[in-house]
Design a protein around this ligand. Structure first.
Ligand code: AMP
Ligand code: MN
Ligand code: MN
Ligand code: MN
Length: 281
């Protein structure tokens, strides 16, 4: 990051051990506070179970916690993540939808383990389940197992060789419809943010198609500033936000303090011409 870039005190995307983060909700909030975050959203994958604990810690520290979730969705046979912010997590249709996604994850985990077993890698479901410490199972947990076994040099390498399309541990999934996820979030009183728009490995034409669809479904914002972005990528996303009249969000997608290139908070500020999704909070 350019040293003169202003730093945001907002971080609206991160994970705890309730999904695939390594810190508990309390530890996430404490770390955010230490890093100068004043407004934080905890956005675990398909799960809001960490929000109560996070809220209790945020109240003690005087940090503003925005209740969030990151929903796994499908559109045109592709995976997209939609972050819901400012949701009422007690809203029943939202929770009913999330329960189904978590059930799908359990079935997928068994299939991933079967496929890895056929590729000669045994006992991954048992170890991955242990690593969840009672939380939800994700591909990240399988990746950690394969990393422990020395099957790759880092998480990126493991994903690339084992857990993505065409690789031994990949299982194709159909998640919630993109439009359905936007509807659950809106009905729960929240705003819908398309997460990390540049991480889906889409061509420009596909990215424009999904932004048109998302905006048509009533999507509110896209992540403009992400933990993994260069300054140039922030500007590219600012351009998309302007073009599709979407608000902008700022989120690290922090999971794990040992991954040094993504910190919690300490993100660049949103470009001044983009309306912040948190403007009225
Ligand atoms: P799942 O929702 O169970 O399919 O797992 C998706 C999660 O895996 C994402 O939220 C990321 O945390 C992680 N992930 C996906 N691709 C990669 C990658 N290339 N390197 C590291 N982590 C990844
Ligand atoms: Mn994740
Ligand atoms: Mn994501
Ligand atoms: Mn995320």
């Amino acid at each position: 990051m350019n040293p003169i870039t202003p730093i945001s005190t907002v971080d609206l995307h991160c994970h705890s051990s309730v999904s695939d983060g390594t810190l508990t909700p309390t530890e996430v909030v404490e770390r955010a506070h230490k890093n100068g975050v004043e407004m934080l959203a905890l956005t675990d994958h398909d799960n809001t179970d960490g929000l109560r604990e996070a809220q209790a810690c945020a109240d003690q520290l005087g940090l503003q916690l925005i209740p969030g979730v990151e929903i796994s969705t499908s559109w045109s046979d592709r995976l997209f993540h939609v972050v819901g912010l400012g949701i009422d997590s007690a809203h029943q249709p939202l929770q009913d939808g999330l329960v189904i996604l978590r059930e799908q994850r359990v079935g997928r985990a068994e299939k991933i383990a079967d496929r890895l077993h056929k590729a000669g890698i045994e006992g991954t479901l048992e170890r991955a389940t242990e690593l969840t410490e009672g939380g939800m199972i994700t591909r990240t947990h399988f990746a950690r197992v394969l990393l422990e076994r020395g099957l790759g040099k880092d998480m990126r390498h493991i994903f690339k060789h084992y857990l993505v399309s065409g690789k031994p541990g990949y299982v194709k999934m159909t998640w919630a419809d993109l439009s359905e996820a936007v509807r659950w979030i809106h009905e729960a009183g929240g705003v819908a943010v398309l997460a990390h728009p540049l991480r889906y490995q889409l061509t420009g034409s596909w990215l424009r198609k999904v932004l048109t669809a998302f905006s048509g479904f009533g999507g509110d914002a896209i992540e403009v500033v992400c933990g993994s972005h260069t300054a140039q990528e922030n500007m590219t996303c600012a351009g998309y936000a302007a073009r599709y009249q979407l608000k902008g969000s700022v989120g690290s997608d922090f999971h794990d303090p040992s991954i040094r290139y993504i910190s919690l908070g300490r993100l660049a500020a949103l470009p001044a011409d983009i309306e912040p999704v948190w403007k009225h909070w």
